[in-house]
Design a protein around this ligand. Structure first.
Ligand code: PEP
Ligand code: MG
Length: 826
């Protein structure tokens, strides 16, 4: 039996060297090895045709084992297998073994006459020896020394014990977000909960402390033991097991029992990725926040030191909450959650206890805080997982912010003027930088889907990521940089003609923006005179003031009134908040959406039951109807404001006509309760976010004045792709023809009403200038967008020709997928 081997690698040199190494191990025995590696021009890459030819050559009738390096090598090998004859394919095995170790073992095994299946199996086990050899060193990497299982720890819980074990499913283990969820889940329970990483046989740590949970080093697939005592011990264990079952909300996480997690690809040197559009020209500024030194000790009693620390933490808490709220408004709750983790760390009971102990021992507040946080940062720094190591930056962020507050230094944005060049950026740094003083960002690493980069996009800062350390270090020393975040170009010290070309491009963009701003207050109509309203999506009175040129506020996310508090705002408080927005809009219509929480956006004070599928649960109007008191208060506040300002009330997440009928009845009750008759300008609409609602638009239309399509939720429900899931970002594309068909169905259903029912879009798609013609062609007549996008979307509307837009819509509906639609938009 002679099994052939094929080596598939991006690098020809690597393929040949690995083959030579394997040959050395054969000591004269023979194993046919074919190499399909690199591209014809000598570059890196894999070629499916070359691989299929290599498989055919290696096959001598007894089968072929194919070993690959990574990424596209695997895809090319799969493709190559499709190309070979059926009988060859049946005898061939694509082997998951590591290339070098696997090839050596496979060569020896094949030369010994093993079958293809056995060769592949032995090769797959090839890492075993290395793993066993290196495993005992792990505790030396700074991880806490293992303690005997179940050892009684100081302060361990007393009373009846409850136990459980869960397997960590999120791809990056118990990283900041799941760890924060875990700690939050235990809050308010009368239970002392201890966790232990069984897989690493590590020590028990407190489940109440985010910093301690991080030290579990719990990676995907690790088993974690839960031990709880106290009156709510059973509840605590159940909550954690439910969370773990739910993969800590990261529902895409593969089963812990499946294949090991893919290793995140490192940023490829020299392969810049355009990450946030726009042009930036300016001097380079080395990135990151300026290092913070521990301020000089201030004398004082321990009580005074604690007081200073509490004050400093309070200032940082307020700052972080602001950053978190802005991130939630600008990019979404999932991204904002990273700041929740920082807030938890700021108030972490273990951190505070440790800091207090240092203070009691005579250390001043600043040094005590620095010492404790440095220690935590150190535990992240040596974590085995790259993602966890990256969290050390978040800890440093919190440490530095408190130290600045203690030293009296005002937080003034982490980044000085100029193009920021850095290895990577934390979300906090991205949120803190001032777009007016940062023409662009260039990162050696990073990824377009990283939280920090999403923030940069939301804030309009051009960015190129993944440029590699070589270019980043040259860029960091440049007198001048030219960056195009649309094409991914980064030019270090550009020559005059390159600089001229960048300036022309930037000028063209600026002109377009200036023209748009200049005409922002004019109504927008297509070339042939069809009026299209352009509104602003608003989450505060400040947003309303920023909505320059908006014809209305097409969506007021009233959640802003309800978050970050211990109880719901009363009618007076809500009235004041809505009135402030209406006043800022100075006579323009205000669309107040009733509270859209529930499911994934719980309100602590509502004590909602945990749901297996929160996005499919009691959220939006469903929740409001289940809490009639809450809805009644909100509607009363809205009605009061509607007596003085033009107000629309809009119900979110409507699925059934009955729900709308009930909501309208609640509105009638509120009108009666306010006692001043029905406000003249009060109109009623619903958000179309559920596919069924889009398809039943004709049933809703007689009962409303307008339908506003929330493409964010409509997309996730139509495509079964959760909106906050980075892994599904490419799938969850609002330009998918399936989503567009639902927009068309909504327009068609609205047209069947016996009165005018305007169809609006208030999801993110409305803010994409390139989509304006398409949406108008589909029949949408109002676009509600982020305040900063109002002017440019109006300008995009003015460039639309209705006839062409309709043709574009017809063509888009016939497309097979979102990229084809995008190609049509140009
Ligand atoms: C939407 O779903 O498109 C929408 C605008 O609502 P939100 O983003 O607030 O869920
Ligand atoms: Mg929505």
């Amino acid at each position: 039996m002679t099994v052939g081997l094929v080596v598939v690698s991006h690098s020809r040199a690597l393929g040949e060297a690995a083959t030579a190494l394997a040959g050395e191990m054969l000591h004269g025995a023979a194993a046919p090895i074919e190499v399909a590696a690199g591209l014809d021009d000598g570059g890196f890459g894999t070629d499916a045709v070359a691989i299929s030819e290599a498989i055919a050559r290696a096959d001598q009738g007894d089968g072929v084992v194919v070993l690959m390096d990574m990424g596209s090598a695997v895809l090319s090998a799969e493709l190559a297998l499709e190309m070979v004859d059926d009988d060859v394919r049946e005898r061939a095995v694509l082997c998951a073994a590591p290339l070098v170790e696997g090839l050596v073992v496979a060569a020896v095994s094949a030369a010994g006459g093993a079958s293809a299946a056995d060769v592949a199996a032995e090769a797959t086990d090839a890492l075993g020896a290395k793993t066993v050899h290196l495993a005992p060193e792990e505790p030396d990497r700074g991880e806490p020394a293992p303690e005997p299982s179940g050892a009684e720890q100081p302060g361990a819980p007393q009373g009846e014990e409850e136990h459980g074990v869960f397997t960590v499913r999120p791809a990056h283990g118990l990283h900041a977000r799941p760890a924060a969820l875990l700690v939050q889940a235990l809050r308010g329970l009368d239970a002392d909960v201890r966790l232990r990483n069984l897989t690493l046989d590590g020590p028990e740590v407190s489940g109440a402390s985010l910093s301690k949970v991080a030290t579990l080093g719990a990676l995907q697939g690790h088993d974690v033991a839960v031990r709880a005592r106290g009156d709510d011990a059973a509840d605590a264990v159940r909550r954690l097991l439910d969370l773990a079952d739910d993969a800590f909300g990261e529902l895409d996480a593969p089963s812990a029992r499946s294949a090991p997690p893919p290793v995140a690809a490192p940023a490829t040197p020299g392969q810049p990725i355009p990450a946030s559009p726009g042009i930036g020209i300016g001097p380079a500024r080395a990135g990151g926040a300026a290092p913070v030194t521990v301020p000089a000790a201030r004398p004082g009693t321990p009580a005074e030191q604690r007081g200073r620390l509490d004050d400093a933490r309070a200032r940082v808490r307020e700052h972080l909450r602001g950053v978190r709220d802005r991130a939630a408004r600008e990019i979404g709750d999932a991204e904002a959650a990273v700041f929740d983790a920082q807030l938890l760390l700021l108030d972490d009971p273990d951190v505070l206890a440790d800091t207090g102990a240092h203070i009691d021992a005579g250390t001043d507040a600043a040094r005590a805080w620095a010492e404790v946080l440095d220690e935590i940062e150190g535990t992240f720094d040596v974590a085995a997982d790259e993602y966890l190591r990256a969290r050390a930056r978040d800890v440093r962020d919190v440490r530095d912010q408190v130290l600045r507050a203690l030293g009296g230094v005002v937080e003034r944005g982490a980044v000085p003027d100029g193009i920021l060049v850095a290895d990577d950026l934390t979300p906090a740094e991205a949120a803190a930088l001032d777009p007016a003083r940062t023409p662009a960002v260039v990162l050696a690493g990073g990824s377009p889907t990283a939280h920090a980069v999403i923030l940069l996009r939301a804030r309009g800062v051009p960015a190129v990521v993944g440029v590699g350390t070589a270019l980043a270090s040259r860029a960091g020393e440049a007198a001048l940089l030219a960056v195009d975040g649309t094409s991914g170009e980064v030019v270090v010290d550009p020559d005059p003609s390159t600089l001229g070309a960048f300036r022309d491009r930037a000028a063209a963009r600026d002109r377009r923006r200036d023209d748009a701003l200049h005409r922002a207050h004019e109504p927008a109509a297509t070339r042939d005179g069809t009026a299209v309203l352009v509104g602003a999506n608003v989450g505060s009175a400040g947003d309303a003031r920023a909505a320059v040129g908006a014809d209305l506020a097409g969506l007021v996310r009233t959640e802003f009134c309800f978050l970050d508090r211990d109880s719901a705002p009363d009618v007076d408080e809500q009235e004041a908040a809505y009135r402030a927005i209406a006043e800022a809009l100075d006579g323009r219509r205000v669309t107040l959406r009733t509270l859209d929480v529930g499911g994934d956006k719980p309100l602590d004070y509502l004590s909602m039951p945990r749901e297996a599928n929160p996005f499919l649960g009691v959220r939006g109007l469903r929740l409001a109807l289940a809490r009639p008191g809450l809805l009644a208060d909100q509607l009363r506040a809205i009605v009061r404001v509607a007596h003085d300002h033009p107000v629309d009330v809009m119900f979110p997440m409507v699925t059934a006509v009955d729900e709308l009928v009930a909501a309208r009845r609640a509105l009638d009750d509120a009108v009666e309760a306010v006692g001043r008759g029905r406000p003249a300008g009060l109109r009623v609409g619903i958000m179309v976010e559920v596919p069924a609602a889009a398809l039943k638009a004709a049933a809703f239309a007689p009962l409303v004045d307008f339908l506003s399509i929330g493409t964010n939720d409509l997309t996730q429900y139509a495509l079964a792709a959760e909106r906050g899931n980075e892994e599904l970002a490419a799938l969850a594309d609002a330009l998918d023809p399936g989503v567009l068909a639902l927009v068309a169905a909504t327009v068609e259903g609205a047209a069947r009403a016996d009165h005018d029912v305007l169809v609006a879009v208030c999801g993110e798609l409305a803010g994409d200038e390139r989509a304006a013609a398409l949406l108008i062609g589909l029949g949408v007549r109002e676009l509600s967008v982020a305040p900063a996008a109002v002017a440019t979307v109006k300008q995009a509307v003015r460039e639309v020709d209705l006839g062409r837009a309709r043709d574009l819509a017809t063509a888009a509906l016939a497309c097979p997928d979102a990229p084809s639609v995008r190609a049509l938009l140009g």
